[in-house]
Design a binder for this molecule. Sequence first.
Ligand SMILES: [Zn+2]
Length: 82
Amino acid sequence: MTTAAPRTLAAITADALRANCGEGDCWARPGRPCSCAPAVHLARYQRARRRGLLSAADLTAVLAGVIASAVPAITAPAGRAA
Ligand SMILES: [Zn+2]
């Protein structure tokens, strides 16, 4: 059994941009930036996963990054920067 090397977020995002977005009023088409650019809507990663453009490990890496960036903001005491 072989294990694929983890991909960079940049590579994962490049593949996610090959899918339509589907977030709220965005609906960016493949190759076009999201309305929140330079960020990319999470819905686009999920859609890319459903279309087979991303692996489960890719989506897990994206979600881990979202959680890691949100936790300091959630747990930081009021009035202190994370
Ligand atoms: Zn979008």
